[in-house]
Design a protein around this ligand. Sequence first.
Ligand code: HEC
Ligand code: HEC
Ligand code: HEC
Ligand code: HEC
Ligand code: HEC
Ligand code: HEC
Length: 426
Amino acid sequence: MFLCRQKNINLRSNQEIVLKKSMGLFRTLRSNIFLFLLGFLFSFNLYGQVEEGEKLFKQNCASCHLMSSARLVGPGLEGVTDKYEKEWLISWIRNSQALIASGDERAIEVFEAYNKSVMTSFDFSDDEFTALLDYLANPPVKEEIASNNAQNSVEQGMSFSTKMMIIALILATIVFLLVSIKNSLKTALGKETETIPQTLFSQYQLFVSNNINVLFVGAVFVIVSLKFVFDLLMGVGVTTNYMPEQPIAFSHKIHAGINGVDCNYCHTSARHSKHSSIPSADLCMNCHTYINEGSVSGKKEIAKIYDAIGFDPETRTYIEGYEQKPIKWVRIHNLPDHAYFNHSQHVVAGGLECQDCHGPVEEMDVLYQHAELTMGWCIDCHRETEVKMEGNNYYTHLHEQLKEKYKGQPITVDKMGGIECGKCHY
Ligand code: HEC
Ligand code: HEC
Ligand code: HEC
Ligand code: HEC
Ligand code: HEC
Ligand code: HEC
């Protein structure tokens, strides 16, 4: 009895100890989780700021600066926040010329090292400066371009037919396993076994002996063939995904994506005119006078720019009397002559992003046609997209009339006349 009670007490205290221990554990766990959440929220906040800074950098600085040690138009900005204190950086970015004029030694030194080229002045708010400097202090880890490429090709390599093949293989394995199981069961019962072809054939005979089955398969076959022919006919002249090989392996992912060069830096005329031009080799040379080697293609592709323009990368001089050869870029997007399309109308007046029509260009190593470029594609968007009224000085008078006519209703492009034949056809 005593022993029993003793045991009982022991048992209880044991339970208590376990309970206490687990409560303790729970408490530390709870405070840890709390700390973790706090840290998470904080890092999230910081992340948001770095992201804002990244945006500012890409929009304002990336056309002249890289976030590495390599020079572009200006010096690479890696580690620049260690080199200079915050106040100096802010006054430099606000107005580098004023700082130079004030006799600041370090400012004069950089200025002279860079052939006295003038950096643009920027009038940012305090918050924007904080975000920008945070970004300069914590730049993203440099992407592994080569491994990224490998990953891309794996993703693209899994085409529809590959997936179908894999599914077919899995199904075949299942059939094989089931037949094997069936056969081993039959052997266990002492019955006669069938080989796989025999099983398949007997199943087939069972299937076709039923008329409804045959009718069903026939109907599916006819529908699939009709759909195929229909798609083929509708697809005449539609060149979605057209991706020709270009004379130089130019990558939008490296330029517009990883290095954040703005689309308008190269395709300047998209904002001013009907066409968006392809940049000339002179523009490439703004950066490639210094950058003569790429991390993917080495010197091979960039050498083609020098060959077109007559530049000697060893001496960094242009060859005199060189007969320049234009780079023959293969045109990708092409509307028929009877259709009229204007870039500045869409980008400036319409306020659309290039990506709305051209897709994720900044992720493309090789550029391809993203949209269908059919009449239906133009018209669908005109039916869905509201006209941007603010800051649009093109049609102020028309907009007033439209607001009057469609009181309170959303005004889409079609209401402005965007689906009249004459607007798009000469
Ligand atoms: C039009 C080209 C251009 C743009 C745009 C530009 N810079 Fe510069 N930057 C330069 C040049 C060139 C220099 C070298 C000094 C000089 O010649 O004035 C420089 C120098 C600097 C330096 C001094 C670096 C050092 O190592 O001494 C900093 C910091 C800097 N820029 C930051 C920025 C930031 C931040 C932005 C964007 C807000 C920016 N720059 C935008 C051209 C540019
Ligand atoms: C460094 C210069 C540069 C930048 C920055 C750049 N592009 Fe390009 N773009 C080119 C060159 C060169 C070509 C022609 C070669 C090719 O098609 O890849 C081109 C071709 C194109 C084409 C296909 C034109 C055709 O033949 O139909 C489109 C569309 C395009 N760019 C959109 C963009 C967009 C959108 C951005 C911004 C996200 C951008 N580009 C940024 C240089 C640039
Ligand atoms: C604003 C600066 C800038 C301009 C303008 C520019 N590039 Fe580049 N280019 C770069 C940078 C930065 C790299 C990346 C080097 C690397 O791979 O690290 C690069 C890399 C390349 C590469 C090699 C890619 C690789 O990694 O193998 C080619 C080819 C190239 N550029 C072609 C062009 C052509 C053609 C033009 C003109 C249409 C052009 N670039 C205009 C900055 C520029
Ligand atoms: C509303 C859709 C739309 C938007 C937005 C748009 N594009 Fe285009 N883009 C087109 C169409 C359509 C074509 C084919 C034009 C043709 O063949 O006449 C084209 C062609 C091009 C071409 C080939 C040269 C030419 O003009 O024919 C380039 C380069 C280009 N776009 C770049 C850009 C850039 C850069 C932006 C952003 C500043 C942009 N596009 C915004 C629809 C668009
Ligand atoms: C992503 C949406 C989008 C696509 C795709 C698009 N558009 Fe537009 N389009 C607009 C917007 C938005 C406007 C209104 C611009 C403005 O406010 O002036 C517009 C305006 C126009 C206008 C002027 C209409 C008027 O009444 O003055 C024409 C012409 C036009 N687009 C032609 C085309 C053609 C041709 C295509 C196809 C090749 C096309 N658009 C594809 C969005 C689009
Ligand atoms: C928003 C612009 C737009 C409007 C509005 C428009 N079209 Fe088109 N249309 C196009 C474009 C772009 C193409 C070229 C499509 C292609 O190449 O696949 C085209 C092609 C055509 C074609 C040639 C057949 C074809 O599909 O290629 C005919 C015919 C045509 N349009 C008639 C009309 C008529 C009639 C109207 C008025 C009811 C009209 N379009 C209104 C943009 C427009």
